[in-house]
Design a protein around this ligand. Structure first.
Ligand code: PLP
Length: 461
């Protein structure tokens, strides 16, 4: 099908409110025409002009099985023809939904019991907050409601999840964060450690700071803690050694629920099926989205652990039905898409591919970038990685933000046919290719990124 690019661009400019886009510049045409993406296959997408791009970020770290998987498209189509929709209220279900839920409970880390479905990572985290509050009301602890998240954590953009997100530009002018959400220090050794402080010492300090924060708020007022196993949008930052052990000890001490936000790390990205398994995290609640359907259909889930679920079930005689749900909770097409995607994840062992190709990718990033004069840190795990650029390596001094170094490098990569993301916090280039990427494809990604970095380095010299 050929489309009229001019007509589509005009319609888009006149009628779409684009997320994370400078509205005035876009309206005035200063950002050029919208990029119309038409097709995709494997790790590549193609725009309406016929330009091929390597998607080194899997959309928004979500198209884990790659583009153009006909098995998933067929599963979606089959379900749409058979039964396009029915709800899951009042004990209604579909075969795909029941099968998916059984699968998720069995494959998720820790002792999981039930799965509640939404459409996005944001709404799933909204559900997690309500579960923390409901759980504490039902067990007679009505003040235990504050939820702690980390600076530079990212948990979504809705009212509660946006409050959990720990970057001020997601709050400014939007009346966030809500007072129920409190932030604690970012687990990033490179920027956060004092001179000479080891990773373990830094992690222990983050644990002590959390302990002091909970004491200050009053343990009787703190209900939950949410964290991504690996910080994602805040800069693709794996935790320092011993971090999750230090944090979990404090949460246990104060009877605070742990929500693992596995929206990025779920289903293989770190090289383990879940980030929690990779880092020895034992969550009470788990959030998944993105990789659950590889974004072939909007579907998210709040996976509820036994400890929490038992309180919910025990309280049912007192409070009646669980009064939370969306029209599309457990959508049968989403469930069919997820089952087809999980078949691929298991059959093709995508966590194993993320581990093996990921090890090669991390080694390549280190080899090609770590010693460059404008690089402060190269980091990552599995098939997620980042390069952080600094003006002064020895004194860890950032570039003047007006130089827009990260954005310029990302643009230079784009001009060379590679999508990699300028992360919003600092001058950071983020990588998260589909989990089906081969070593040759990863080499190509690193090669193009290298040429983009050298181009901007020359401009800065
Ligand atoms: N949690 C994490 C860790 C995420 O990375 C994201 C999105 O990037 C979300 C939650 C929010 O998901 P969504 O954009 O589907 O609402």
């Amino acid at each position: 099908m050929s489309i009229n690019i001019k007509d589509i661009s005009e319609k888009d400019r006149n009628s779409v409110l684009h997320p994370f886009t400078q509205l005035k510049d876009f309206a005035a045409g200063k950002l050029g025409d919208p990029t119309i993406i038409e097709t995709g296959k494997g790790i590549r997408i193609q725009d309406a002009h016929g330009n091929q791009l390597i998607d080194g970020f899997a959309g928004l770290y979500c198209v884990n099985v790659g583009y153009g998987r006909t098995e998933v498209a067929e599963a979606i189509s089959r379900q749409a023809f058979r039964l396009a929709y029915y709800h899951s209220y009042a004990a209604h279900t579909t075969d795909e939904l029941a099968i998916l839920s059984d699968r998720l409970v069995k494959m998720a880390p820790g002792k999981m019991s039930k799965v509640f479905y939404g459409m996005s990572g944001s709404d799933a985290n909204e559900t997690q907050a309500k579960l923390v509050w409901y759980y504490n009301n039902l067990r007679g602890k009505p003040t235990k409601k504050k939820i702690i998240s980390r600076e530079r954590g990212y948990h979504g953009c809705s009212v509660v999840s946006g409050s959990m997100t720990g970057m001020s530009f997601y709050h400014d002018h939007m009346d966030l964060p809500l007072p129920q959400i409190v932030h604690t220090g970012v687990p990033h050794h490179y920027w956060g450690a004092t001179p000479g402080e080891s990773e373990r010492e830094f992690s222990a300090r983050r644990g002590e700071e959390l302990d002091q924060l909970i004491e200050r708020l009053g343990p009787e007022n703190v209900g939950g803690f949410i964290g991504e196993p690996v910080l994602g949008t805040g800069g693709i930052t794996p935790p320092p050694e011993g971090y999750w052990q230090a944090i979990q000890a404090v949460l246990k001490k104060h009877d605070v629920l742990l929500i693992a936000d596995e929206v990025i790390t779920g289903f293989g990205r770190t090289g383990s099926m879940f980030g929690s398994q990779h880092y020895g995290i034992e969550p009470d609640l788990i959030t998944v989205a993105k990789g659950l359907t590889s974004a072939y259909f909007p579907l998210s889930a709040a996976i509820v652990g036994e400890k929490v679920y038992k309180v919910l079930e025990d309280g049912a005689d007192k409070v009646g039905a669980f009064s939370h749900g969306y029209t599309y909770s457990g959508h049968p097409i989403g469930a069919a898409a997820a089952n087809a995607v999980l078949d691929i994840v298991e059959k093709e062992d995508l966590p194993g591919n993320a581990r093996d190709v990921g090890a090669f990718f991390q080694a390549q990033l280190q080899e090609k970038f770590a010693q460059l004069p404008i690089v402060g840190e190269v980091r990552g795990v599995g098939l997620m990685g980042a390069i952080e650029f600094v003006a002064d390596r020895d004194n860890k001094k950032r570039f003047d933000p007006s130089l827009k170094v990260g954005a310029r490098i990302s643009k230079a990569a784009r001009d060379r046919g590679l999508i990699v993301r300028a992360m919003p916090h600092g001058d950071i280039l983020g990588f998260a290719p589909p989990l089906v990427a081969t070593k040759a494809e990863v080499e190509e990604i690193v090669g193009i990124a290298g040429s983009a970095v050298r181009f901007v380095m020359d401009e800065l010299a």
